[in-house]
Design a protein. Sequence first.
Length: 358
Amino acid sequence: MYCPFCSVSCTYLAVFRSCTLVSHYRHSIRHATTASAKFGEWGFPWIPNMVAARAELAAPLTKIRPILGGWRSCRNPVSIAVGVVRLIHPFPVCVVMLTSVALLLLAHRGYPGTLFLIRALGVVLLSQIIVGTLNEYVDKDRDAVAQPGKPIPSGIVAPGVALTLAIVSSLCLIPLAASFGLWPLLVAIVFTGAGVSYDLWLKATLFSAVPYVVAFLCLTSWIWMVAGRLTPSLISIYPVGVAALVAAHLANALPDISADAAVGEHGLAVALGPRVTATTILMLYGFCLVAALLAAGVARSGPGLVLAAATVPLPAIGWRILRSGDDAPRAQSRFFLFMAPAIGLISISCLVSISSVG
Protein backbone atom coordinates (compact mmCIF):
# COMPACT_ATOMS: atom_id res chain seq x y z
CA MET A 1 0.00 0.00 0.00
CA TYR A 2 1.35 3.40 -1.00
CA CYS A 3 1.01 6.65 0.90
CA PRO A 4 0.52 9.64 -1.46
CA PHE A 5 2.73 11.85 0.70
CA CYS A 6 5.56 9.32 0.71
CA SER A 7 5.18 8.86 -3.04
CA VAL A 8 5.37 12.61 -3.67
CA SER A 9 8.43 12.95 -1.43
CA CYS A 10 10.16 9.96 -3.00
CA THR A 11 9.46 11.18 -6.51
CA TYR A 12 10.74 14.68 -5.72
CA LEU A 13 13.97 13.39 -4.21
CA ALA A 14 14.54 10.85 -6.96
CA VAL A 15 13.83 13.23 -9.83
CA PHE A 16 15.96 16.08 -8.63
CA ARG A 17 18.68 14.17 -6.84
CA SER A 18 19.18 11.41 -9.39
CA CYS A 19 20.99 13.88 -11.62
CA THR A 20 22.89 15.77 -8.95
CA LEU A 21 23.90 12.99 -6.59
CA VAL A 22 25.04 10.38 -9.03
CA SER A 23 26.27 8.09 -6.27
CA HIS A 24 22.60 7.47 -5.41
CA TYR A 25 21.54 7.11 -9.05
CA ARG A 26 20.31 3.51 -9.16
CA HIS A 27 18.71 3.66 -5.73
CA SER A 28 16.89 6.91 -6.52
CA ILE A 29 15.64 5.84 -9.94
CA ARG A 30 14.31 2.55 -8.58
CA HIS A 31 12.18 4.39 -6.02
CA ALA A 32 11.23 7.08 -8.52
CA THR A 33 9.99 4.54 -11.04
CA THR A 34 7.89 2.73 -8.44
CA ALA A 35 6.41 5.92 -7.03
CA SER A 36 5.77 7.62 -10.36
CA ALA A 37 3.92 4.54 -11.64
CA LYS A 38 1.31 5.13 -8.96
CA PHE A 39 0.93 8.74 -10.08
CA GLY A 40 0.35 7.44 -13.60
CA GLU A 41 -2.46 5.27 -12.28
CA TRP A 42 -3.95 8.28 -10.50
CA GLY A 43 -4.19 10.27 -13.72
CA PHE A 44 -0.84 12.05 -13.85
CA PRO A 45 0.94 10.38 -16.80
CA TRP A 46 3.42 13.23 -17.18
CA ILE A 47 5.16 12.27 -13.91
CA PRO A 48 6.36 8.80 -15.04
CA ASN A 49 7.42 10.36 -18.35
CA MET A 50 9.43 13.03 -16.54
CA VAL A 51 11.14 10.44 -14.33
CA ALA A 52 12.04 8.36 -17.38
CA ALA A 53 13.46 11.43 -19.12
CA ARG A 54 15.51 12.34 -16.06
CA ALA A 55 16.81 8.80 -15.78
CA GLU A 56 17.85 8.78 -19.44
CA LEU A 57 19.59 12.13 -18.99
CA ALA A 58 21.44 11.08 -15.84
CA ALA A 59 22.55 7.63 -17.03
CA PRO A 60 25.68 8.79 -18.95
CA LEU A 61 26.84 10.74 -15.91
CA THR A 62 27.45 7.54 -13.93
CA LYS A 63 30.15 6.58 -16.43
CA ILE A 64 32.29 9.59 -15.55
CA ARG A 65 31.69 9.38 -11.82
CA PRO A 66 34.87 7.33 -11.18
CA ILE A 67 36.89 10.13 -12.78
CA LEU A 68 35.24 13.08 -11.10
CA GLY A 69 34.62 11.41 -7.77
CA GLY A 70 30.86 11.93 -7.74
CA TRP A 71 28.71 14.97 -8.34
CA ARG A 72 28.21 15.37 -4.62
CA SER A 73 31.77 16.65 -4.31
CA CYS A 74 31.60 18.72 -7.50
CA ARG A 75 28.92 20.88 -5.96
CA ASN A 76 31.20 22.02 -3.13
CA PRO A 77 34.72 23.13 -4.13
CA VAL A 78 35.63 23.78 -0.50
CA SER A 79 34.91 20.14 0.35
CA ILE A 80 37.09 19.03 -2.55
CA ALA A 81 39.97 21.27 -1.39
CA VAL A 82 39.69 20.02 2.19
CA GLY A 83 39.52 16.43 0.93
CA VAL A 84 42.68 16.87 -1.16
CA VAL A 85 44.52 18.33 1.85
CA ARG A 86 43.37 15.39 3.97
CA LEU A 87 44.84 13.00 1.39
CA ILE A 88 48.37 14.01 2.34
CA HIS A 89 47.80 13.56 6.11
CA PRO A 90 48.26 17.23 7.08
CA PHE A 91 49.17 16.89 10.76
CA PRO A 92 52.05 14.40 10.35
CA VAL A 93 53.25 16.37 7.32
CA CYS A 94 53.27 19.60 9.36
CA VAL A 95 55.31 17.87 12.08
CA VAL A 96 57.80 16.58 9.50
CA MET A 97 58.04 19.97 7.77
CA LEU A 98 58.59 21.92 11.00
CA THR A 99 61.16 19.37 12.15
CA SER A 100 62.90 19.66 8.77
CA VAL A 101 63.03 23.46 9.08
CA ALA A 102 64.65 23.14 12.50
CA LEU A 103 67.15 20.57 11.23
CA LEU A 104 68.05 22.67 8.19
CA LEU A 105 68.74 25.68 10.41
CA LEU A 106 70.71 23.48 12.79
CA ALA A 107 72.74 21.79 10.05
CA HIS A 108 73.67 25.16 8.55
CA ARG A 109 74.21 26.74 11.96
CA GLY A 110 72.11 29.62 10.75
CA TYR A 111 69.81 30.71 7.97
CA PRO A 112 70.75 28.87 4.75
CA GLY A 113 69.11 31.35 2.37
CA THR A 114 65.54 31.61 1.15
CA LEU A 115 66.00 29.81 -2.18
CA PHE A 116 67.93 26.96 -0.57
CA LEU A 117 65.29 26.59 2.14
CA ILE A 118 62.46 26.55 -0.41
CA ARG A 119 64.19 23.91 -2.53
CA ALA A 120 65.00 21.68 0.44
CA LEU A 121 61.54 21.94 1.96
CA GLY A 122 60.07 21.38 -1.49
CA VAL A 123 61.83 18.01 -1.70
CA VAL A 124 60.57 17.04 1.76
CA LEU A 125 57.01 18.15 1.01
CA LEU A 126 56.86 16.38 -2.36
CA SER A 127 58.14 13.19 -0.76
CA GLN A 128 55.44 13.43 1.91
CA ILE A 129 52.74 14.05 -0.70
CA ILE A 130 53.83 10.99 -2.69
CA VAL A 131 53.73 8.70 0.33
CA GLY A 132 50.52 10.14 1.79
CA THR A 133 48.41 10.18 -1.36
CA LEU A 134 49.62 6.76 -2.49
CA ASN A 135 48.70 5.40 0.93
CA GLU A 136 45.15 6.73 0.56
CA TYR A 137 44.89 5.29 -2.95
CA VAL A 138 46.14 1.84 -1.94
CA ASP A 139 43.89 1.74 1.14
CA LYS A 140 40.71 2.92 -0.58
CA ASP A 141 38.99 -0.48 -0.48
CA ARG A 142 39.99 -1.11 3.13
CA ASP A 143 38.88 2.38 4.16
CA ALA A 144 35.52 1.88 2.47
CA VAL A 145 34.85 -0.79 5.11
CA ALA A 146 36.78 0.44 8.13
CA GLN A 147 36.92 4.25 7.73
CA PRO A 148 34.22 5.37 5.26
CA GLY A 149 34.58 9.00 6.31
CA LYS A 150 37.96 9.37 4.59
CA PRO A 151 38.10 11.53 1.41
CA ILE A 152 38.10 8.70 -1.16
CA PRO A 153 35.53 6.32 0.39
CA SER A 154 33.19 9.21 1.17
CA GLY A 155 33.22 10.29 -2.48
CA ILE A 156 34.67 13.75 -1.76
CA VAL A 157 37.81 12.99 -3.77
CA ALA A 158 38.17 10.47 -6.59
CA PRO A 159 40.84 7.75 -6.39
CA GLY A 160 42.32 9.13 -9.60
CA VAL A 161 43.04 12.44 -7.87
CA ALA A 162 45.20 10.73 -5.25
CA LEU A 163 47.07 8.70 -7.86
CA THR A 164 47.58 11.76 -10.06
CA LEU A 165 48.97 13.76 -7.13
CA ALA A 166 51.43 10.97 -6.36
CA ILE A 167 52.63 10.73 -9.98
CA VAL A 168 52.92 14.49 -10.53
CA SER A 169 54.76 14.91 -7.23
CA SER A 170 57.20 12.16 -8.26
CA LEU A 171 57.92 13.92 -11.54
CA CYS A 172 58.55 17.18 -9.69
CA LEU A 173 60.66 15.58 -6.96
CA ILE A 174 63.38 14.21 -9.24
CA PRO A 175 64.60 17.48 -10.82
CA LEU A 176 64.23 19.40 -7.55
CA ALA A 177 66.29 16.85 -5.61
CA ALA A 178 68.80 16.67 -8.49
CA SER A 179 69.43 20.40 -8.08
CA PHE A 180 71.42 19.50 -4.93
CA GLY A 181 73.59 16.95 -6.73
CA LEU A 182 73.67 13.25 -7.57
CA TRP A 183 74.08 11.84 -4.05
CA PRO A 184 71.31 13.97 -2.53
CA LEU A 185 69.07 12.83 -5.41
CA LEU A 186 69.81 9.16 -4.69
CA VAL A 187 69.21 9.59 -0.95
CA ALA A 188 65.93 11.43 -1.66
CA ILE A 189 64.85 8.52 -3.86
CA VAL A 190 65.73 6.10 -1.04
CA PHE A 191 63.71 7.86 1.68
CA THR A 192 60.76 8.36 -0.66
CA GLY A 193 61.02 4.77 -1.85
CA ALA A 194 60.98 3.57 1.76
CA GLY A 195 57.66 5.34 2.26
CA VAL A 196 56.28 3.86 -0.94
CA SER A 197 57.35 0.37 0.16
CA TYR A 198 55.36 0.93 3.34
CA ASP A 199 52.26 1.84 1.33
CA LEU A 200 52.52 -1.04 -1.12
CA TRP A 201 54.00 -3.96 0.79
CA LEU A 202 55.08 -3.53 4.41
CA LYS A 203 52.21 -1.72 6.10
CA ALA A 204 50.30 -4.92 6.88
CA THR A 205 53.35 -6.86 8.10
CA LEU A 206 55.39 -7.06 11.30
CA PHE A 207 58.06 -5.04 9.49
CA SER A 208 55.82 -1.99 9.18
CA ALA A 209 58.21 0.13 11.28
CA VAL A 210 61.22 -0.55 9.02
CA PRO A 211 60.24 1.95 6.28
CA TYR A 212 59.71 4.63 8.94
CA VAL A 213 63.20 4.09 10.32
CA VAL A 214 64.89 3.97 6.92
CA ALA A 215 62.99 6.96 5.54
CA PHE A 216 63.56 9.38 8.39
CA LEU A 217 67.16 8.40 9.12
CA CYS A 218 67.86 8.95 5.42
CA LEU A 219 65.98 12.26 5.53
CA THR A 220 68.10 13.45 8.46
CA SER A 221 71.28 12.38 6.68
CA TRP A 222 70.03 14.09 3.52
CA ILE A 223 69.59 17.39 5.36
CA TRP A 224 73.14 17.24 6.70
CA MET A 225 74.36 16.17 3.24
CA VAL A 226 72.83 19.13 1.39
CA ALA A 227 74.19 21.40 4.12
CA GLY A 228 77.67 20.02 3.41
CA ARG A 229 78.14 18.87 7.02
CA LEU A 230 77.54 15.12 6.85
CA THR A 231 80.15 13.55 9.15
CA PRO A 232 80.51 10.14 10.88
CA SER A 233 79.54 11.77 14.20
CA LEU A 234 75.95 11.91 12.98
CA ILE A 235 75.82 8.10 13.15
CA SER A 236 75.96 8.32 16.94
CA ILE A 237 72.36 9.54 16.98
CA TYR A 238 71.04 6.65 14.90
CA PRO A 239 70.20 4.36 17.88
CA VAL A 240 68.12 7.14 19.43
CA GLY A 241 66.65 7.85 16.01
CA VAL A 242 65.57 4.23 15.60
CA ALA A 243 63.80 4.26 18.97
CA ALA A 244 62.14 7.60 18.24
CA LEU A 245 60.97 6.51 14.81
CA VAL A 246 59.54 3.20 16.01
CA ALA A 247 57.67 5.16 18.68
CA ALA A 248 56.40 7.60 16.04
CA HIS A 249 55.23 4.74 13.83
CA LEU A 250 53.39 3.03 16.68
CA ALA A 251 51.78 6.31 17.78
CA ASN A 252 50.61 6.93 14.22
CA ALA A 253 49.25 3.38 13.90
CA LEU A 254 47.60 3.26 17.33
CA PRO A 255 44.26 4.88 16.32
CA ASP A 256 43.92 2.47 13.37
CA ILE A 257 44.55 -0.79 15.23
CA SER A 258 40.88 -1.81 15.40
CA ALA A 259 40.22 -0.88 11.76
CA ASP A 260 43.37 -2.64 10.54
CA ALA A 261 42.57 -5.78 12.52
CA ALA A 262 39.01 -5.80 11.17
CA VAL A 263 40.26 -6.05 7.58
CA GLY A 264 42.94 -8.64 8.31
CA GLU A 265 46.06 -6.48 8.40
CA HIS A 266 48.84 -7.58 10.75
CA GLY A 267 51.15 -4.62 11.23
CA LEU A 268 53.39 -4.25 14.26
CA ALA A 269 50.82 -2.21 16.21
CA VAL A 270 48.06 -4.75 15.49
CA ALA A 271 50.32 -7.58 16.65
CA LEU A 272 51.12 -5.77 19.90
CA GLY A 273 47.57 -4.63 20.62
CA PRO A 274 46.44 -1.19 21.88
CA ARG A 275 47.64 -1.52 25.49
CA VAL A 276 51.10 -2.92 24.71
CA THR A 277 51.52 -0.46 21.83
CA ALA A 278 50.84 2.54 24.08
CA THR A 279 53.20 1.19 26.75
CA THR A 280 55.92 0.54 24.16
CA ILE A 281 55.59 4.09 22.83
CA LEU A 282 56.15 5.55 26.30
CA MET A 283 59.08 3.22 27.01
CA LEU A 284 60.77 4.20 23.74
CA TYR A 285 60.13 7.86 24.50
CA GLY A 286 61.68 7.36 27.95
CA PHE A 287 64.79 5.85 26.36
CA CYS A 288 65.06 8.79 23.97
CA LEU A 289 64.58 11.28 26.82
CA VAL A 290 67.37 9.73 28.89
CA ALA A 291 69.66 9.68 25.84
CA ALA A 292 68.86 13.32 25.04
CA LEU A 293 69.53 14.44 28.62
CA LEU A 294 72.82 12.52 28.70
CA ALA A 295 73.87 13.97 25.33
CA ALA A 296 73.04 17.48 26.52
CA GLY A 297 74.98 16.91 29.74
CA VAL A 298 78.07 15.52 28.01
CA ALA A 299 78.03 18.27 25.38
CA ARG A 300 77.10 20.92 27.97
CA SER A 301 74.38 22.04 25.62
CA GLY A 302 71.85 24.32 27.28
CA PRO A 303 69.49 24.39 24.27
CA GLY A 304 69.61 20.60 24.02
CA LEU A 305 68.74 20.28 27.71
CA VAL A 306 65.85 22.76 27.44
CA LEU A 307 64.40 21.03 24.38
CA ALA A 308 64.56 17.62 26.02
CA ALA A 309 62.93 18.88 29.22
CA ALA A 310 60.23 20.71 27.25
CA THR A 311 58.95 17.44 25.82
CA VAL A 312 58.07 15.88 29.19
CA PRO A 313 54.57 17.42 29.60
CA LEU A 314 53.41 16.24 26.17
CA PRO A 315 53.50 12.46 26.76
CA ALA A 316 52.11 13.02 30.26
CA ILE A 317 49.07 14.83 28.85
CA GLY A 318 48.71 12.27 26.07
CA TRP A 319 48.80 9.37 28.53
CA ARG A 320 46.20 11.05 30.74
CA ILE A 321 43.90 11.42 27.73
CA LEU A 322 44.49 7.81 26.74
CA ARG A 323 43.56 6.61 30.23
CA SER A 324 40.57 8.92 30.62
CA GLY A 325 38.07 6.29 29.47
CA ASP A 326 36.81 8.33 26.51
CA ASP A 327 36.06 6.85 23.09
CA ALA A 328 39.14 4.72 22.37
CA PRO A 329 39.91 5.72 18.73
CA ARG A 330 39.39 9.40 19.53
CA ALA A 331 41.60 9.21 22.63
CA GLN A 332 44.27 7.33 20.67
CA SER A 333 44.22 9.99 17.94
CA ARG A 334 44.66 12.74 20.53
CA PHE A 335 47.47 10.75 22.14
CA PHE A 336 49.24 10.79 18.77
CA LEU A 337 48.78 14.57 18.53
CA PHE A 338 50.86 14.95 21.69
CA MET A 339 53.41 12.22 21.04
CA ALA A 340 54.36 13.31 17.51
CA PRO A 341 55.76 16.75 18.48
CA ALA A 342 57.38 15.24 21.60
CA ILE A 343 59.28 12.72 19.49
CA GLY A 344 60.24 15.41 16.98
CA LEU A 345 61.58 17.71 19.71
CA ILE A 346 63.52 14.94 21.46
CA SER A 347 65.23 14.11 18.16
CA ILE A 348 66.10 17.76 17.59
CA SER A 349 67.48 17.94 21.13
CA CYS A 350 69.93 15.12 20.42
CA LEU A 351 71.02 16.71 17.16
CA VAL A 352 71.52 20.09 18.87
CA SER A 353 73.78 18.48 21.46
CA ILE A 354 75.80 16.55 18.87
CA SER A 355 76.16 19.63 16.66
CA SER A 356 77.46 21.69 19.55
CA VAL A 357 80.32 19.20 19.90
CA GLY A 358 80.97 18.74 16.17
